[in-house]
Write a protein that binds this ligand. Structure first.
Ligand code: GDP
Ligand code: MN
Length: 336
C-alpha cells in the first residue's frame, strides 16, 4: 500500500489551522474518496466545495483509494486543497477482482447482453468491481480500518449549503448509524435476482432482523417484492462498525456467493440500504435534510426558506429532487 502523508508545508495555510483546527475534539472519522487519476479535476472542484462548506472548520483527514497507483500530480493537487491530513492507498487485488467461484465467461456474456440493452454501466467490468468493493471491502481497507466514522465523497459532487456543525458528532450523539440526502428508485434491470437472494438470506438468519426495522420503506407486501427504493450511496455519513459487524459481513458474503455483482449489476447503494433497513431500528437512519448536495443529474436542495434567506444555501429549491418522479424521499418523510 502506498501511503504518504504530506504535511502542509507546501501550502501556506497555517493561519487556517490556527483558527479552525480542533484536534482535541475531532472524532475518529475519515473522508473516504474512491477515485481514478483521470477524475482529478472533478475531484478538486468537489474538495473546494466540501472544504468551504464544511471541512475547513474541522479538518477531518482524507483517505483516497484507487485500484491503480495515484500519480504524484494527483497527490500534490489534492493535498494542496486542504489543511487536513491526506492519505493515498492502493486497493489490494482481492478487493477488486473476481472471487474464484465466479464464472468469468458467464460474467462477460452478461455484460455483452446488458450492453445491447443499453442498461446503465451494463457493459462495464470495472463498474462491477467498484460496486463490489463499495459493498464489501471499503470499511476493511488497511487505511480505513482504524476509523469509526466515515463520510463518502465522490468526484463531481457539490455541496450547496454551509454545514455549521460537526456531522460526525451529530451522528454519534444521536446514536445514528447512517445518514443520506437522496433516496431514489434503482434501475430494476440491474438487480433481477437481488430481492430473491435477500429473502433467502432472511430465511437463513431470521435472528438478524431488527424488531423495529423500517423494511416497509422498500417492500409494501411483506417482502414479496422490492420497490427499488434505496439511499444514494455517493453520499454517505456513517458508522464503519456497522459494516464490520458479523451480520453485515455474513450478508455481504451471502450476496457475493450468489454472484449478482457480476452476473447482474448489483449496486452498493441497494446493498447497503437493504442491510441497514433490515438490521437497524429505523431511528438509526437519518435523512440529512439540511445538507444541500448535488450529484448530477439529481440534487437535494433544502426547501426551508430560512436557510436561503439567511444566506446559508445557494441551490435552487425548485431543482430539489425530493418531489420528483423516481425519488423516494417523500415516502421516507411521510412514513418515518
Ligand atoms: P455513478 O455515480 O454510479 O455514475 O458512478 P461513478 O462513476 O461516480 O463511480 C462511483 C465512484 O467510484 C466514484 O467515486 C468514482 O470515482 C469511483 N470509481 C468508479 N470506477 C472506478 C474505477 O475503475 N477505479 C477507481 N479507482 N474508482 C472508480
Ligand atoms: Mn458518481
Amino acid at each position: 500500500v502506498d501511503e504518504i502523508q504530506l504535511n502542509n508545508t507546501q501550502v501556506n495555510n497555517t493561519l487556517d489551522n490556527v483558527i479552525f483546527t480542533q484536534d482535541d475534539t475531532r472524532l475518529n472519522a475519515v473522508i473516504i474518496v474512491l477515485v481514478r487519476n483521470s477524475e482529478l479535476h472533478q475531484l478538486r472542484k468537489t474538495m473546494r466545495s466540501f472544504e468551504d462548506r464544511w471541512n475547513k472548520k474541522y479538518n477531518y483527514p482524507y483517505v483516497f483509494l484507487n485500484d491503480q497507483e495515484f500519480t504524484q500530480e494527483f497527490k500534490t493537487m489534492t493535498t494542496a486543497l486542504t489543511s487536513a491530513k491526506t492519505y493515498y492507498g492502493l486497493i489490494p487485488e482481492h478487493m477488486w477482482s473476481y472471487p474464484p467461484w465466479i464464472d468469468q465467461n458467464k460474467a462477460a456474456e452478461t455484460r455483452r447482453e446488458m450492453g445491447f440493452r443499453r442498461i446503465l454501466y451494463g457493459d462495464s467490468e470495472s463498474y462491477r468491481h467498484m460496486c463490489r468493493f463499495n459493498s464489501g471491502f471499503f470499511f476493511r481497507h488497511e487505511l480505513i480500518e482504524k476509523y469509526d466514522y466515515y463520510w463518502r465523497l465522490e468526484p463531481g459532487v457539490e455541496f450547496t449549503c454551509d454545514i455549521e456543525y460537526d456531522t460526525f458528532k451529530f451522528i454519534k450523539e444521536n446514536n445514528i448509524t447512517y445518514g443520506f440526502t437522496i433516496a431514489l428508485l434503482e434501475v430494476s434491470e440491474t438487480i433481477p435476482t437481488l430481492w430473491r437472494t435477500i429473502v433467502d438470506f432472511v430465511y437463513k438468519y431470521p435472528q438478524y432482523i431488527s424488531d423495529n426495522n423500517f423494511i416497509s420503506f422498500i417492500t409494501g407486501d411483506e417482502m414479496a417484492t422490492y420497490n427499488g427504493c434505496h439511499f444514494w450511496s455517493n453520499f454517505e455519513i456513517g458508522d464503519l462498525n456497522f459494516f464490520r459487524s458479523e451480520k453485515y459481513l455474513n450478508f455481504f458474503d451471502f450476496l457475493d456467493q450468489a454472484g449478482g455483482f457480476y452476473y447482474e449489476r448489483w449496486g452498493d447503494a441497494p446493498v447497503h440500504s437493504i442491510a441497514l433497513l433490515l438490521f437497524l431500528e429505523r431511528s438509526k437512519i437519518h435523512f440529512f435534510n439540511d445538507i444541500g448536495y448535488s450529484h448530477p443529474p439529481f440534487q437535494h436542495c433544502p426547501i426551508n426558506t430560512d436557510y436561503h434567506n439567511a444566506g446559508r444555501c445557494f441551490c435552487d429549491p425548485a431543482s430539489n429532487f425530493d418531489d420528483q418522479w423516481g425519488s423516494c424521499t417523500n415516502d421516507w418523510i411521510k412514513n418515518y
